[in-house]
Ligand binder design. Structure first.
Ligand SMILES: [Zn+2]
Length: 140
């Protein structure tokens, strides 16, 4: 069977395929169907990073019901929003039509993920510092 590369995600797909079975993007004559492209990775990542608890990234990628659910629950108290953030960072996030985002960059994704861990690491150090301070105060 003749194969071609998906112009969206690079997967090998049948030469006559109209839709990529990996990223679900519609394809016409080896090009992404321009009238209906998924959103780009970077804007979705930024929307999620700054306004993820309001579900803005879900509205932006066409998933209105989940967007409303996240808006009303503050992104599932932040946990749901953070899971979405990790999915975006590692190119697992899909839009309302089940498609991956365009122009994914692993470097940006992994960097954003590492940056997002900094507050957690600082919080852990803070807890350890407080415990040590209390412990040392009791030893004297
Ligand atoms: Zn694809």
């Amino acid at each position: 069977m003749e194969m071609k590369k998906c112009p969206h995600c690079g997967a090998n797909i049948a030469a006559d395929a109209e839709r990529c079975y990996v990223c679900k993007q519609w394809i016409s004559d080896g090009n992404i169907v321009t009238s209906d492209k998924p959103q780009e990775f970077l804007p979705v990542l930024l929307f999620e990073y700054f306004w993820g608890v309001f579900g803005i990234h879900r509205f932006f990628t066409g998933n209105i019901p989940i967007g409303v659910a996240q808006l009303l629950t503050f992104g599932g108290c932040g946990i749901w929003a953070y899971i979405d953030f990790i999915m975006i960072c590692f190119n697992k996030f899909k839009d309302a039509q089940g498609r991956l985002l365009r122009n994914y960059s692993p470097n940006i994704g992994i960097t954003a993920f590492v940056i997002s861990l900094i507050p957690f690491v600082l919080a852990i150090f803070l807890v350890i510092a407080v415990f040590m301070a209390v412990f040392l105060a009791e030893v004297k």
